[in-house]
Design a protein around this ligand. Structure first.
Ligand code: NAP
Length: 359
């Protein structure tokens, strides 16, 4: 098979590093790797397939000619500025940021749901938001079986979803919290809400979040709009409609950041058009691509972020009849936000490009 020239833009970040792992694991036919980040990382080394490469900055290139595929994970503004330049020079860009997702001439693709959409790309293909990806992978088999009218979803999102600095925030704050307990001589039975509040005031300032994230839950991801929803919550509505090709689906989301390192969890209530029993839902989900059903709660078996971390599948459990939506289902959906929510999904899109002869 032909070896492709693959650029990874944002190679030093959480998603970028995972791109390298996933490309290797999936045996992606990389002929030449071109690792790129910001000028801050110029000259740093990365290792891919046992070979060392030097990181270059975007500004170092006069042209991007000869690059077949560019995997971007360097933030929205970088994508807005640079992805069109790669595309103009003949590369197909698969972009992880939100910059292009809702552009009408940019396909938004989850390979298990709408693979054919890659065929109408015009140089840029967008990877959906991590929370949307795992939700639609779990919703698609239900949609095909029973139709979907409405979804109410609450997310429990890992700090890694906000990048490397957010992981550092959780580590620093957790260490500082434990140190404060020790210094004050607070034992297992001594903690009170008042002491907790006192310690929280002393925690190192977060680089990524408006409040400390250790030992707390923040119902705030991305910026707020006037209607009270956040941009992250709106992404779950509008991206779902675009991927599923169904503008009639309503999604009401509450997105919450929790002190988990890797793996987003979602409580998803679905109103279906037609009756579907939990047994039938388990059956169709078990056969669906990219889904693993883990649903024996009587044995304490249900999806956990710690289990999903480092895996590529979407895990679904706690499947039950919804008590409010009738007909409807309630389920718990967990996936690794950096892998299926970003790097793996993008590499799967690149694989589709090869399969359909588009690169
Ligand atoms: P990250 O850990 O903060 O890494 C950011 C990467 O972008 C670094 O490699 C950084 O390079 C690079 N970068 C920043 N500014 C740049 C510039 N001007 N030119 C070139 N490179 C630049 O963030 P991340 O979590 O990997 O996320 C990256 C992107 O993927 C974001 O758009 C994010 O929204 C998206 N995404 C993330 C997730 C997730 O779960 N983490 C999921 C889906 C999508 P330096 O190291 O040189 O600064």
């Amino acid at each position: 098979m032909k070896g492709y020239r693959v650029a990874v833009v944002g190679v030093t970040g959480e998603v970028g590093k995972t791109f390298l792992k996933v490309l290797k694991e999936r045996n992606f036919p990389v002929g030449e790797l071109i690792p790129i980040a910001s000028a801050r990382s110029r000259g740093k080394k990365v290792v891919f397939n046992g070979k060392e490469y030097t990181v270059r900055a975007l500004e170092d290139f006069d042209s991007f000619k000869g690059i077949d595929i560019a995997l971007f994970s360097a933030g929205g503004s970088t994508s807005k500025e640079w992805a069109p330049k790669f595309a103009a020079d003949g590369a197909v860009v698969v972009d992880n940021s939100s910059a292009w997702r809702m552009e009408p001439d940019v396909p938004l693709v989850v390979p298990e749901v709408n693979p054919e959409d890659v065929k109408w790309h015009k140089g840029i293909i967008a990877n959906p938001n991590c929370s949307t990806i795992q939700m639609v992978v779990a919703l698609k088999p239900i949609y095909d079986e029973a139709g979907i009218r409405k979804v109410v979803v609450s997310t429990y999102q890992a700090v890694s979803g906000a990048g490397a600095k957010a992981i550092a925030d959780l580590i620093r704050q957790t260490k500082a919290f434990c140190k404060a307990l020790e210094e004050r001589g607070i034992g297992e039975e001594d903690l009170t809400p008042e002491l907790l509040a006192e310690i929280f005031k002393e925690l190192p300032e977060a680089q990524k979040f408006p409040h400390p994230i250790a030992f707390d839950a923040l119902p705030h991801i991305d910026r707020f709009f006037e209607d009270g929803y956040t941009r992250e919550e709106n992404k779950m509505l509008f991206e779902t409609r675009k991927i599923m090709h169904d503008e009639s689906i309503d999604v009401s989301a509450t997105c919450v950041r929790v002190p988990v390192f890797y793996g987003h969890s979602e409580s998803v209530s679905v109103q279906t058009e037609r009756e579907i029993t939990p047994e039938r839902a388990r059956e169709v989900l078990s056969k669906a691509p990219g889904v693993v059903v883990m649903d024996t709660p009587q044995n304490n078996e249900y999806p956990l972020p710690i289990y999903a971390a480092g895996r590529d599948e979407v895990f679904v459990g706690r499947i039950r009849e919804d008590r409010v939506f009738k007909p409807g289902l309630n389920m718990w959906v967990v996936a690794d936000n950096i892998r299926k929510g970003a790097a793996t999904n993008a590499v799967q899109i690149a694989e589709l490009l090869i399969r359909y002869g588009l690169v």
